[in-house]
Design a protein around this ligand. Sequence first.
Ligand SMILES: [Zn+2]
Length: 120
Amino acid sequence: MRCDEMTALLPALVDGETVGFEAESHVETCLRCQAELARYRRLLRTLSMLRTRYAEPTPGLLGETLAVITEAAEHGARRTLLSGRRLAYAGAIGGSALAAGATAAVLIARSRKRALSLAG
Ligand SMILES: [Zn+2]
C-alpha cells in the first residue's frame, strides 16, 4: 500500500474502524503515515476543545458595550462641532484682517490725494 492511498483511510483509522490488515501494517511500519495520523488526531483534539470553549457573555456586557459606543459617538460629535467653531473663528479673524487692510488702503489713498492737491 502507498502513503497517498493511506491518507484517505486515516479518518476511519482515527475513528477506530477496521481499515484492513494491509493498511494497518503499513501504518505500523511507515513513519510518514504515523506522523500524519498523529497530526490528524491532534487536529481533531484541537477542534473538540474549540467546540467546548464557549465564552458565556456576562450579564452587563451588552449595556456596557452600548454605553461605550454611545460615549465614543458623542465624543466624535463634540470634536466635529469644535473643529467647526474653530473654522468660524478663523474666518472671523481673517475677515477682520481683510477689513483692516482695506481701511488702511483707503486711508493711504486719501492722504496721497490730499498731498497731491496741496502740492498742485
Ligand atoms: Zn505511509
